[in-house]
Ligand binder design. Structure first.
Ligand code: SAH
Ligand code: SF4
Length: 365
């Protein structure tokens, strides 16, 4: 049985090396080769003794999930589809902006939490991704984007906001987060790595204690009756408990606010009164709001709130002094917008034929 070294963070790799009678600094060298230099070939690790390289080749592999499609949207958003075996696929989206490049990473194939407006939720839960599958998305995206370890970072920010609920796959998500933060791996700042959760209250406390990074909470409703309907996990952890968990999180967080995500559903959660209820609800939690225009998917019962209504909603929050942004809908021509990630290989390749430019074609232009 070989071991996939992408499954280890620094401490795990050191422990594995120790079991083999190898020193900790060797583990760090290999960690750098794998993650900083994107190397998967032991023979290329030139500062490692040949005998150790031969041993590693016998007992270990470095295998990220395979890219099954790689597509570029008109607006520069790029979506990767990864095969994670057993007929499952997950999606990763790269969003370039003027001052940063954000990679939106998946943590589960499917999701068990079944939010009513989410395409991933509608496909049900398949399984948790392994560490290698989570960090492998970053590994592969860096390579595909032509990242140069000596040059400027192309991926400066990571958000665990793709498919799945990161806090329902806590151990693997945190091990992957540690690699993102490790100077021998990706060296990202805690402020530039964000976990998005639908509100698993006890696990929010664990994240705060074990690996505090920036936090986004998917709120979507200002009262329990509505949130019970949209985000069913609310029945277990209602808003009062969620707000208290946000306050506790901020005691140790790298940023001094929580980002509340709020999907704008026409006629459902988007009235002036909903905005006022939100201000009341979040009064004691230092926060920013990010309004997300609903992204439709086949079979969904909702419509996107019209832009003037979104502006009015944002205005009510801003007039009360709460910083509010509205997410630009990007990548929707390749179904890469929030909540549209479904990871079905067959569907996606079929749809790829018309409007979307295949990445290989795009490169040669
Ligand atoms: N499970 C985590 C992270 C993945 S979902 C969470 O729920 O926070 C990432 C974000 O996309 C969440 O805020 C989610 O509510 C939002 N989202 C889901 N479906 C959407 C849709 N159809 N349109 C717009 N946003 C959506
Ligand atoms: Fe799961 Fe997040 Fe989708 Fe809810 S919104 S079903 S928690 S992925």
């Amino acid at each position: 049985m070989t071991v996939n070294l992408l499954d280890f963070d620094a401490a795990g790799l050191e422990a594995f090396f120790a079991e083999q009678g190898e020193k900790a600094f060797r583990a760090r060298q290999v960690l750098r080769w794998m993650h900083r230099f994107g190397q998967s070939d032991f023979d290329a690790m030139t500062d490692i003794a040949k005998s150790l390289r031969e041993k590693l080749k016998r007992i270990a592999t470095i295998v990220p999930p395979a890219i099954v499609s790689d597509r570029l949207s008109d607006d520069g958003t790029r979506k990767f589809l990864f095969d994670v075996g057993g007929g499952n696929a997950v999606e990763t989206v790269f969003i370039p902006e003027d001052d940063r490049g954000t990679l939106c990473v998946s943590t589960q194939a499917g999701c068990a939490l079944d939010c009513s407006f989410c395409s991933t939720g509608k496909q049900g839960f398949n399984r948790n991704l392994t560490v290698a599958e989570i960090i492998g998305q970053l590994w592969q995206a860096n390579r595909a984007l032509g990242a140069d370890p000596a040059g400027e970072r192309i991926i400066s920010n990571v958000v665990l906001m793709g498919m799945g609920e990161p806090l329902a796959n806590f151990e693997n998500s945190v091990t992957a987060l540690r690699l993102m933060l490790d100077d021998n791996a990706y060296g990202l700042s805690r402020r530039r790595v964000t976990v998005s959760t639908s509100g698993l209250v006890p696990v929010m406390d664990r994240l705060r204690d074990e690996c505090p990074v920036a936090l986004a909470v998917s709120l979507h409703a200002p009262n329990d009756a509505l949130r019970d309907e949209l985000v069913p996990i609310n029945r277990k952890y209602p808003l009062r408990e969620l707000m208290a968990a946000c306050q506790r999180y901020l005691e140790k967080a790298p940023r001094d606010f929580v980002t509340f995500e709020y999907v704008m559903l026409d006629g459902v959660n988007d009235s002036d009164d909903h905005a006022r209820q939100l201000l009341e609800l979040t009064h004691d939690v230092p926060c920013k709001f990010n309004l997300i225009p609903f992204n439709p998917f086949p079979g969904s019962p909702y419509r996107r709130t019209p832009s003037p209504r979104i502006r009015r909603f944002a205005e009510i929050l801003m007039n009360a002094g709460v910083v509010t942004t509205t997410r630009k809908t990007r990548g929707d021509d390749i179904d890469a917008a929030c909540g549209q990630l479904a990871g079905q290989v067959r569907d996606k390749t079929r749809r790829a034929s018309h409007r979307v430019i295949d990445i290989h074609e795009a490169r040669s232009r």
